[in-house]
Ligand binder design. Structure first.
Ligand code: ARG
Length: 573
């Protein structure tokens, strides 16, 4: 089904086309957007201002001519022109009610399906073997997973691919460290930490001792040549790391369709060089092989080092060639921190020159600052996600014990898991990905602010309203009750509910799960004033069912929206 925004935008487009035949209106912002100030209307359109230059008329006159052509029939109760030429649109209550009724009956809650038949590959999380997950990988994991769920809701086939850093020069150094410094007890207790420790020691020794460094290089060459002993060790590093990563993914409820690390593409690297060479895209420069990107105003991209080794960019080129050939995706989306922007711009440019048709997108995010002490390792950059989640669950359990002292302990624990993990995820997802954010427990677990627990509580409270209603009026069929907007609180809530499908679309097209989070928060606030100002169970028959039906739809949408952010909603809290 169409969204409200699409329906209104189509009417506006038709009206402008009828008012200004022959003019090329393609570049105008003819979309309806939710009104900035609800005193003026439900939706607005600012195209008249943008059209002034093109049509050589004052914006207000443009707005008047367009509005004269606007078909209102049943959909619009009021159309106003304000200020210099804002067009303000107010829906009829009937249109809003019918739209919400259709949305409630739709199993997709009115979310359109622009992605039907299209495939997206989403490259996210992608931590490095033998290193504890960096906070950047955590954000990538949570944001990537939400984008996967959001795009799936829009009908896309989405393949999540965990592009592990599991190949490269670090493995020679790690093999040396493992052979000389390993503490087996520490390895058993915390494998990735121990691998990281022996790697750091070996790396230091490389700087001090050339014989050590040469030996590390020799071990790498043996590994690359497939020497069984080193290959076994390398496989051990991967298995140990993946076991730890998978434990975290399980706690977070994150899955991948593919886990193809850099090593998967190792044999394809010489082919990348051949392809680029055949297309005359690379030149020798000081022994290295380089793609020059002067036209793109980017620094040159080294695809083979002077020692014959390949680079991060080479692997990413091999990966994109392979993904394009195997899956014919419509888009590949990479989610990493902001420090990799140049890398992606360079390798996208080379890929395009090499004939890649797939739409390539890099979604980058700012870093997240985490609470001091608890989370920083000695290096200060990597964090123990496990500890963060433990702490979140512990604090959530205190909340749940306070709010539901009579709940069985087992249920309290499982609710605390949903609330604690949800709080950590939401603290990340509710922020604009591109801003640097500071995580605080107060904010993540705030019961009266923009947090997962706040939204989860809202859902649980509505569930109890619905239970009470069922108990008191077992024969009532709320789905059959027509929606009535007899109070401004009900109408405001209705408008927020109708915005939901557009928020899902916006979150995907603007690649910002935060837009969905904002809409859910806004919705829960509209619900909260509805709840506080309008009686439900004590209302007269008819109105009562309509109001309870709005409650049910609110809970349904909050649940659906939170599930797209990867956040569970317990029945009770
Ligand atoms: N392993 C990389 C890192 O930790 C991230 C990989 C992102 N994906 C990619 N295709 N380059 O920085």
């Amino acid at each position: 089904m169409q969204t409200i925004k699409d329906i209104l935008s189509a009417r506006l487009r038709d009206a402008f086309a009828a008012a200004f035949p022959g003019a090329n209106l393609a570049a105008l912002p003819l979309d309806a957007t939710p009104a900035g100030d609800e005193a003026f209307g439900d939706y607005q359109c600012n195209a008249a201002m943008a059209a002034a230059k093109l049509l050589r008329q004052p914006p207000r006159a443009i707005a008047e001519q367009a509005v004269a052509q606007l078909v209102a029939d049943g959909l619009l109760a009021k159309v106003d022109i304000a200020g210099p030429g804002f067009i303000n649109l107010t829906l009829t209550d009937e249109a809003l009610a019918h739209h919400l009724e259709a949305l409630q009956a739709d199993e997709r809650l009115g979310v359109p399906q622009p992605g039907t038949g299209k495939t997206i590959i989403l490259d996210y999380s992608s931590p490095n073997v033998a290193k504890p997950m960096h906070v950047a990988h955590i954000r990538s994991t949570v944001i990537g997973d939400a984008l996967k769920r959001i795009n799936r809701a829009l009908g896309y086939t989405v393949l999540g691919d965990n592009h592990l850093g599991d190949w490269g020069t670090q493995f020679g150094i790690l093999i040396m460290g493992y052979r000389h410094f390993l503490d087996p007890a520490a390895l058993a207790a915390s494998p990735v930490d121990e691998l990281q420790r022996v790697y750091v020691l070996s790396h230091q020794k490389c700087d001090e001792d050339t014989a050590w460094k040469d030996q590390a290089r020799a071990e790498l060459v043996k590994l690359q040549a497939g020497e069984p002993e080193n290959l076994d060790l390398w496989q051990t590093f991967i298995d140990l790391s993946l076991a730890e990563f998978n434990r975290l993914y399980e706690r977070l409820g994150v899955t991948f369709e593919l886990t193809r690390g850099e090593s998967f593409y190792n044999n394809a690297l010489p082919g990348v060089i051949e392809r680029l060479t055949a297309l005359h895209l690379v030149r020798k420069s000081e022994g290295a092989l380089v793609a020059f990107l002067d036209d793109e105003k980017l620094p040159p991209c080294i695809v083979r080092k002077s020692d014959g080794g390949y680079n991060y960019a080479t692997t990413d080129l091999a990966t994109v060639f392979s993904r394009e050939a195997e899956f014919q995706p419509d888009a590949i989306i990479y989610v990493t921190d902001e420090r990799q922007q140049l890398h992606f711009r360079q390798f996208f440019a080379v890929a395009k020159k090499a004939g890649v048709q797939t739409h390539l997108r890099h979604i980058w995010f700012g870093l997240m600052r985490l609470p001091e002490g608890l989370l920083s390792t000695r290096s200060g950059t990597a964090i123990k996600l496990d500890l963060l989640l433990d702490e979140a669950e512990k604090r959530a359990l205190e909340l749940v014990q306070a709010s539901s002292p009579d709940m069985p302990a087992e249920e309290q624990n499982s609710v605390a898991r949903a609330v604690g993990i949800g709080a950590v995820k939401y603290a990340d997802l509710s922020q604009n990905p591109q801003s640097a954010i500071t995580f605080t427990w107060e904010k993540a677990l705030a019961m009266d602010g923009n947090s997962a627990p706040y939204l989860q509580y809202a859902v649980a409270r509505i569930a109890s309203v619905l239970d009470k209603h069922r108990e008191r009026f077992p024969a009532a069929d709320i789905q059959a009750a027509p929606l009535v907007f007899d109070s401004p609180f009900a109408r405001r809530l209705g408008l927020r509910l109708a915005r939901y499908p557009d928020a899902v679309v916006d979150a995907a097209t603007q690649e910002k799960p935060s837009l969905l989070a904002d809409t859910l928060y806004d919705l829960s606030q509209a619900y909260s004033s509805f709840y506080q100002n309008v009686p439900f169970l004590k209302a007269e028959a008819g109105l009562r069912e309509s109001r309870v039906r709005l409650c049910a739809l609110t809970a349904h949408i909050l649940r659906h929206g939170l599930s797209l952010l990867g956040i569970d909603t317990p029945e009770r809290i």
